[in-house]
Design a protein around this ligand. Structure first.
Ligand SMILES: Cc1ncc(COP(=O)(O)O)c(C=O)c1O
Length: 459
């Protein structure tokens, strides 16, 4: 690395080199996609911002990849460029694109109707199947993890009679408004960037740093918190793993304070067929899982312990009649039943997870070796089949550290460079998922591509 250039970030890479890489890789991306650029280079007509969903503009490529098809762990654009897909729809396709049992279930159900607000036979064993995977006895089905979180938080407030919740700094639980709080210089604020938010969300939401037991204890001391909502591992900034004993203490403190514990497994389902909860013996009162639970068909689940279910039933007997504020029309439809059953029974198997974890460990080791070889001050974090390279030293302790570990320009340049070398990783925080369909050779190609990019920026 030339000594005369300024170090732009904690990543150890200077800003000028990052800019050079980004520009060069953008040109390569464009050259390989003439048809795509003609069709989508100026956005898609009729959509605000040129895309059907604003996140599609957040990819660091010069324009979004215009997908022709995706199968297993490969995605192909309309110019015929095929990529090894490690983004996998940011977890929605964590089990690969159109897993065969899910595709079969879709075909079967397509002939029988798609939504009727009534159960089908596939629903009959589903509750017990969810219990067998995740341990909680009572379930409801929703369509997004956002909604599942919203509904579970409603139940938590209803049964405790408390109106406040607690989140950890750096969390993301979907578009559930009450979780949109951040710490800035140690003070709670509404998450920056929220559109149209006129409430002070910090009034009803307490926030402390992950892994900070004294702060958690203090925040729960007034016994006014209905529920702590957390991912077992913070995955929505740079990855933060729980410190030894954190979860046991969290459970202990919440029980003492009469506070419920909601574990959101939407991303940490990468840990195993029972999520991080089963793998590490967590004991949540409420449980949420969305994204891949129906193999890519929009669906989510939220579960309750027996004790919470009893309290909720008692609450319902006394509450004023009327809409609970929970439920959306297309939720719990027969397509969800069919595809969720196929996913839980045939896709989320021990065998598939063994494959995913083995290859994720191979990816972790390979990326770490590259980082070491080039002497980069970076690290790799992993939770089961979910791997991240973080362009800053680690391990990270909390949301604040995770935020400052970000190197947005560098991450963007690497992302496009990897695409140009045949690998698609998530557009946010260098995240990579290994699916049951992912092959060892795809992992090895990603490691080589990463080494090639590291060589370019480390010179
Ligand atoms: C932990 C967690 N919970 C909930 C959600 C929201 O999921 P959805 O976008 O399906 O509502 C996300 C999305 O990334 C998430 O990471």
């Amino acid at each position: 690395m030339p000594a005369d250039r300024p170090i732009a970030t904690r990543s150890g890479i200077d800003a000028a080199r990052i800019a050079e890489l980004r520009e060069a890789e953008a040109a390569v991306f464009r050259k390989a996609r003439p048809k795509s650029e003609a069709r989508i280079g100026n956005g898609i007509e009729g959509f605000f911002g040129g895309v059907p969903m604003h996140w599609m503009n957040d990819w660091p490529t010069p324009f979004p990849i215009l997908v022709e098809s995706a199968k297993s762990a490969r995605i192909t654009d309309i110019d015929g460029n095929a990529l090894d897909d490690f983004c996998l729809g940011d977890t929605g396709s964590m089990f690969g694109h159109s897993p065969p049992p899910v595709a079969r279930a879709i075909r079967r159900q397509a002939a029988r109707g798609l939504t009727y607000m009534l159960p089908s036979e596939d629903a009959l064993g589903l509750g017990r199947l969810l219990e067998a995977h995740f341990g909680l006895p009572f379930w409801q089905i929703a369509t997004t993890a956002t909604d599942a979180n919203r509904f579970a938080l409603r139940v938590a407030r209803a049964v405790t009679g408390r109106d406040t919740i607690l989140v950890f700094n750096g969390c993301y639980h979907g578009a559930a408004d009450e979780t949109m709080v951040r710490l800035r210089d140690g003070k709670p604020i509404n998450r920056p960037g929220l559109a149209g938010e006129f409430r002070d969300l910090t009034v009803r939401t307490k926030i402390v740093e992950f892994n900070d037991i004294p702060a958690l204890e203090a925040a729960l001391a007034d016994k006014d918190v209905a529920c702590v909502i957390t991912e077992p591992v913070l995955t929505n900034s740079c990855m933060v793993l729980p410190e030894q004993g954190f979860h046991a203490t969290l459970r202990d403190l919440t029980r003492k304070a009469g506070t419920l514990l909601l574990i959101d497994e939407t991303h940490t389902i990468s840990s195993g067929p029972g999520g991080y909860t089963k793998a590490f013996g967590l004991e949540p009162d409420l449980f949420v899982l969305g994204k891949p639970v129906a193999g890519g068909v929009p669906a989510s689940v939220w579960g309750m312990s027996g004790a919470v279910a009893d309290r909720y039933a008692a609450y319902n007997r006394t509450k004023e009649p009327g809409y609970s504020g929970m439920g959306t029309t297309l939720s719990a439809n027969p397509l969800q039943f069919a595809t969720m059953k196929a996913t839980l029974e045939e896709v989320m198997t021990e065998e598939n997870y063994a494959h995913m974890t083995r290859l994720a460990m191979r990816l972790d080791a390979g990326l770490t070796a590259v980082i070491d070889r080039f002497g980069l001050p970076w690290h790799v974090a992993r939770v089961g089949a979910r791997v991240e390279f973080i362009c800053a030293p680690g391990p990270l302790k909390n949301g604040d550290e995770a935020e400052s570990a970000h190197a947005p320009e560098l991450e963007a340049a690497i992302h496009v460079a990897l695409v140009n070398r045949g690998a698609l990783i998530a557009p946010f925080h260098n995240m990579m998922l290994v699916s049951p369909a992912t092959k060892a050779r795809q992992v090895d190609r990603l490691i080589s591509a990463f080494a090639d990019v590291a060589a370019k920026i480390s010179v």
